[in-house]
Design a protein around this ligand. Structure first.
Ligand SMILES: C[S@@+](CC[C@H](N)C(=O)[O-])C[C@H]1O[C@@H](n2cnc3c(N)ncnc32)[C@H](O)[C@@H]1O
Length: 130
């Protein structure tokens, strides 16, 4: 089973032990710190995107990407239901080439979802996207 199918299957089965069903406390903490401004921000491997919704609600220019179509469908549905906007894409982050750099990247459990021998390539991508 390839990576896309493996993640997609987990979402289809509702087998998502990592998904809190709400915004991560780490993001809430960062937002409360006042260190941010309304930036152009990327969330790679956003999953169902609770953080995407929160940042969009606060006026950030959010781009989000995930390889699993079911997760992206759920996120798009939630954006529509909440009358919010974000640039949401379904695809493999290793093929993602934005037209413009980002001010910030919110990394949440993407690194650990990547095979160890791909992690340096992922880190290189993060630097390249900023
Ligand atoms: C542990 S989950 C975390 C999802 C989300 N960040 C969260 O905290 O709910 C890892 C995510 O990485 C996505 N993913 C894995 N490999 C990917 C890749 N090469 N490109 C894009 N997304 C990928 C999976 O589909 C899954 O949604």
């Amino acid at each position: 089973m390839n990576q896309e199918t493996a993640w997609e299957t987990l979402y289809q089965q509702g087998n998502m032990g990592w998904d809190r069903g709400e915004v991560s406390p780490a993001l809430t903490h960062w937002l409360a710190s006042g260190l941010h401004k309304n930036q152009r921000i990327l969330i790679p491997s956003c999953g169902r995107g609770h953080e995407v919704l929160e940042l969009a609600r606060l006026g950030f220019d959010v781009t989000a990407l995930d390889i699993a179509p079911t997760a992206i469908k759920a996120l798009n549905r939630a954006l529509t239901e909440n009358d919010l906007h974000a640039n949401v894409m379904c695809g493999d982050l290793f093929h993602y080439e934005p037209e413009q750099a980002f001010d910030a990247i919110y990394e949440q459990t993407c690194l650990c979802a990547i095979a160890p021998d791909q992690r340096q390539a992922y880190a290189n991508k993060l630097y390249h996207w900023l």
